[in-house]
Design a protein around this ligand. Sequence first.
Ligand code: TYD
Ligand code: MG
Length: 444
Amino acid sequence: MAKQSVRYVCQSCGYQSVKWKGRCPSCGEWNSFVEELVERGKILRVSTQAKVLSIDSWDEDSGERRSTGFENLDVALGGGLVPGQVVLIAGEPGIGKSTLLLQVSERYTRYGKVLYVSGEESGSQIAVRGRRLGISSQKILLYPETLFENVLEVLEQEEPSLLVIDSIQTLYSEKLESSAGSVSQVREVTFRLAEVCKEKGVPCFIVGQITKEGAIAGPKVLEHIVDTVLQFEGERYNFYRVVKVVKNRFGSTGEVAVFRMGDFGLEEVPEPSAFFIGERVNSPGSVVFPHTEGSKPILLEVQALVLPALYTTPQRKTQGFDVNRLSLLLAILEKEANVFTRDSDVFVNVAGGLSVKEPAADLAVALAIASSKKDKTIPEDTVIFGELGLSGEVRAVHFGDVRLREAQKFGFKRAIVPSSISMEVEGVEVVPVSNLREAVEALL
Ligand code: TYD
Ligand code: MG
């Protein structure tokens, strides 16, 4: 066995030391050193049997893909799970990670046994959830264990077709002295898990709890070790859940799968647009924005509420939209379209709880604000998209065609779009605008 030693690495700059230090001598960061286990000579997993072949002679992936049992999740993953694929699924507590993985486990039993390792909940707690979901299969092996070396042993004995680790923060290796959940433990255990799963060709789901700051397992170190990172998002008190593919070595990133949390677990939502605009009431301040997640279009309702300020400092509050971007849009609205909100409170909400980060939403948000301010309704059958520049110009955005076709599919009759788009879509009047003022005049 190769000689193992312990070193301390600054999580801020990567400086290494044989002793723990309170302050990094290289970057000056305090309390940034964590223990790390090194095996001499082993830095990366390099197979001695690696072949050198020209790019066109390599197969696309290393084996057949297997279904997770959820069609939308398979599509988002690029066609199912690849043998030995290690998938990190990250999300806040209570969002539904364990529920999803128990459901996937049941559907995966068609390929053989599933080993579900839980350090978070006891076997009977999981069994209770299983009963609620109507799951009781002899092929799902529940293993409430936190010592990693034991998990490896059971993995060896049982030879499951799928491994679930719920969660990585609860597992620890006896080789390290630091406690479970520490950076070095999480990193060490994930690294060795990935190695074993690759060797055996067993795919593995690893649950990662998200910290308050939104980081996965503290630092983002895990993301480099695993093949795929899924981000589980949604409002805890809302029904919908979105699983976003943040990283994928076996498919494209940015893909999403939309679910609905019901009384009997998660159900796929094959038509997210219908779901998100389903409860819309057309009134001043409401606009439909054809959003894209990856290449998937989702129609969303953007709502704005503008009213006289309650205090001397007007409030700007958002849900699902960047508040700094809102300030910028308010400045552009004032300067370029004579829509004044400096004495008003402004609230922006993306209905359904999804958060929108793409600048293509600028024009829709700006017009929702103008619509509320002027107390005029934007026609119900209209969708709006486009990025706004600082001088009020409407800029081109990606996936114009995808957005327009989604609008067409849901019966929208008019689309306010950047002037660079000159597409014809049957049944939809495409109205190109070159600046914000033009858009405000066309609609309000
Ligand atoms: P859970 O999967 O335990 O979340 P996580 O593992 O991400 O912490 O459960 C999330 C929530 O979902 C929990 O508050 C209860 C709720 N829930 C339902 O609404 N319906 C169901 O069928 C189940 C199993 C859970
Ligand atoms: Mg859980």
